[in-house]
Design a protein around this ligand. Structure first.
Ligand SMILES: Nc1ncnc2c1ncn2[C@@H]1O[C@H](COP(=O)(O)OP(=O)(O)OP(=O)(O)O)[C@@H](O)[C@H]1O
Length: 514
C-alpha cells in the first residue's frame, strides 16, 4: 500500500474516501491541527459549526489537502499518534481498506532520517564489519526524536483533561511532579488548589469513599477548616487541579471515576497518568476533548545532557557505549547507569549494573522498602524466572516478541511494553517486548544461569560467530577478551551473535563469582 515516491498530499488524497467515512474523535484532530498551526482558530470554529460529522470530516480533509504537503504531513502524523482514537477499532465495514494498516505504511521523516544515518554508517563501517551498522541502526531506533512537542508548563496552561501515557519508568510521574512544582513556585496570590494523588497500589481509594474522604484523609485539617475548604472547592471548582498518578483502573474508586467524568467538580482540571496497557479502559470515562500526551523518555541530546551533568568527564564512557547509551532513553535506566558509574569506590561490572537496574525497577514498581527487597524477590521468584524463560525462548527464536507470559504478572511489567498485533481483521493478539533489547539479553542469560545444562549448547552455537566477551567493569577496567571468528557474519545471525555475547558475559561472571 505504501509507495515511498508518493508525497504526503498524494497519500492523503489516495485515502480521502475512506477517511471521510472512517475518521473519529474529530475534536482531537482539530485540536492537534490547531496546535501544529495547520488550521487557524477561525477555520477550526467553522469546521466545528458544520452540521454533522460527515461534513466536518470532509471539511478537515479538503482544507488539509488544499494547504499542501506540509499540512498533509502534519495531518498524517497526528493520525499516526492518535490512531487508537481517531481511526477507532477496525470495523467490518472497513474490512476492504484498513486505515490502521494504511497509516502504519506511511514513511515518516524520522524513518528517513534514520535511513540516512544508517546509510552513512554503512559507508563508514562497511569494510570493517557490515553487521555492526545494522546493530547501530537497531539500537538507535530506541531513541525518541528530539523535538519536544509540549512541555509541562504548556500543559499547565491547558484547561482540558490531560492523559499522560507512557511505558514504565519513562517519566510520567516526573512530568506530573514538575507541573506540581511549577504550580507551587508561581507568584500568583489568587487562591487555587492543586492536589496530587498517588494511585499505584491504592487500596485506600475504596469504592465507598466520598469526595471529602479523598480530599482530607491524607491532608488532615480541623473539622471546621475542612468544611470551609470543601465549600470553597465545590463553589469554585475551576480553581482546582487534580493529578491522579499511576491509574490502572478507575472502577476501583467511584469518587475518582466521578471526578474524571466531571460528575463531581465539573470545572476542575484533571490530569491522569497511566501505562499504555490501561489507556483504553480509562479513555471510556474521559470527556471527548481530553488531551492525550505521550511521554517518550530521553532523546539523544537529553541523554547526553543528563549524563554529562551527572557524571562529568566520565559520561564519555557511556556515550561511547551504544548499548548503554540507548538504554538510557528510559530515564529509570539512565538513573541506574549514573548511580553505578558514579560509585567510584565500588565500580560494578556491566552485569552488576543490569542487576541494579532490575532490583531498582522491582523495588519501585512494588513500592517495597529496600530492606525487604530480597524477600520480595524470593517471593516473586517464579514470575521473574518465567520472564527469564520467555526472554531466552524469544532469543533462541531470534525474536523480540515474548510469548507465554500472563498479563497478570504485574511484578514484571516494569520491564515490558505491550504490543498489539493484528492477527485477523477482527482479532488482535496482545504480546509484549522488553523496553530495551539488552534487558532481554540479560534475562535470557539469567535463565541460562538457572539451567546450566543448556549453557554448553549455547556456547557451542556461538563458536560460529565473531565472539568477544567483555567483562570490563563500568570504568573499563579488567577487560577480558575471547575471540573466535568466522566472517562474514550473516545478517540474520547478528542478533544471535549479540545474544551470545551477553549470555557468555553472564556465564563468566557467574563462574567468577562462584
Ligand atoms: N526528566 C527526568 N529527568 C531526570 N530523571 C527523570 C526524569 N524523568 C524520570 N526520571 C527518573 O526516572 C525514574 C522513573 O521515572 P517516573 O517515576 O517518572 O516514571 P513513570 O513513567 O511514572 O513510571 P511508572 O509507570 O513505572 O510509574 C525516576 O526515579 C526519576 O528520578
Amino acid at each position: 500500500m505504501a509507495c515511498t515516491g508518493q508525497s504526503a498530499s498524494q497519500y492523503v488524497e489516495g485515502a480521502r474516501r475512506h477517511l471521510v467515512n472512517g475518521l473519529q474523535s474529530l475534536s482531537i484532530i482539530l485540536e492537534n491541527l490547531f496546535q501544529q498551526e495547520v488550521l487557524c482558530e477561525e477555520e477550526v470554529s467553522k469546521i466545528q459549526a458544520e452540521k454533522d460529522d460527515f461534513d466536518k470530516r470532509r471539511q478537515i480533509l479538503d482544507k488539509v489537502i488544499k494547504k499542501g504537503d506540509g499540512a498533509c504531513y502534519e495531518f498524517l502524523r497526528i493520525i499516526d499518534k492518535t490512531r487508537q482514537r481517531t481511526l477507532g477499532k477496525p470495523s467490518l465495514e472497513n474490512v476492504g481498506f484498513d486505515l490502521h494498516y494504511w497509516i502504519s505504511c506511511y514513511p515518516f521523516r524520522e524513518d528517513t532520517k534514520m535511513d540516512n544515518k544508517y546509510l552513512q554508517g554503512m559507508v563508514n563501517l562497511y569494510f570493517i564489519l557490515c553487521v555492526m551498522t545494522v546493530l547501530i541502526y537497531e539500537l538507535r531506533t530506541y531513541l525518541p526524536e528530539e523535538k519536544v512537542q509540549i512541555s509541562p508548563s504548556d500543559l499547565m496552561k491547558k484547561n482540558n483533561t490531560i492523559l499522560l501515557v507512557g511505558k514504565s519508568g519513562i517519566g510520567k510521574t516526573a512530568v506530573a511532579h514538575e507541573m506540581w512544582r511549577q504550580w507551587a513556585e508561581r507568584h500568583d496570590t489568587e487562591l487555587d488548589y492543586m492536589l496530587y494523588f498517588d494511585m499505584r497500589g491504592a487500596s485506600h481509594f475504596t469504592t465507598a469513599m466520598k469526595l471529602q474522604d479523598l480530599l482530607f484523609n491524607e491532608f488532615s485539617q480541623s473539622d471546621e477548616d475542612r468544611d470551609e475548604v470543601l465549600r470553597d472547592i465545590m463553589k469554585n471548582s475551576e480553581k482546582v487541579t487534580m493529578i491522579f498518578d499511576g491509574v490502572s483502573d478507575l472502577h476501583s474508586s467511584s469518587v475518582v471515576q466521578r471526578l474524571v467524568k466531571k460528575d463531581l467538580l465539573p470545572d476542575a482540571k484533571i490530569i491522569i497518568t497511566c501505562r499504555p496497557d490501561d489507556e483504553e479502559d480509562i479513555e471510556d470515562d474521559l470527556p471527548e476533548n481530553f488531551l492525550r500526551v505521550e511521554v517518550k523518555g530521553f532523546s539523544e541530546q537529553t541523554i547526553r545532557t543528563y549524563l554529562s551533568e551527572n557524571l562529568g568527564e566520565e559520561h564519555k564512557q557511556v556515550v561511547n557505549n551504544l548499548e548503554l547509551f540507548t538504554l538510557c532513553h528510559v530515564p529509570m535506566y539512565a538513573l541506574m547507569v549514573v548511580v553505578c558509574f558514579s560509585s567510584k569506590t565500588q565500580p560494578c561490572t556491566i552485569t552488576e549494573l543490569y542487576i541494579n537496574i532490575v532490583r531498582f525497577c522491582l523495588q519501585k514498581n512494588s513500592k517495597t522498602r529496600e530492606r525487604f527487597l530480597n524477600s520480595y524477590i524470593k517471593t516473586e521468584g517464579e514470575k521473574i524466572l518465567a520472564l527469564a524463560k520467555a526472554a531466552f525462548d524469544a532469543t533462541e527464536r531470534k525474536s523480540v516478541i515474548l510469548t507465554g507470559l500472563g498479563c497478570e504478572d504485574t511484578c514484571v511489567c516494569p520491564f515490558l511494553k505491550t504490543l498489539n498485533i493484528k492477527v485477523a481483521p477482527t482479532d488482535t493478539e496482545t504480546t509484549s517486548a522488553f523496553l530495551h533489547y539488552t534487558m532481554q539479553e540479560f534475562f535470557a542469560a539469567l535463565w541460562l544461569l538457572k539451567n546450566p545444562r543448556q549453557m554448553k549448547d549455547v556456547l557451542q552455537s556461538c563458536e560460529e560467530y565473531l565472539f568477544e566477551v567483555d567483562c570490563s567493569d563500568t570504568l573499563g577496567r579488567n577487560r577480558w577478551c575471547f575471540s573466535g571468528t568466522k566472517t562474514p557474519l550473516p545478517l540474520s545471525a547478528s542478533n544471535h551473535c549479540r545474544n551470545s555475547i551477553t549470555l557468555a558475559k553472564a556465564c563468566i561472571c557467574f563462574e567468577t563469582n562462584g
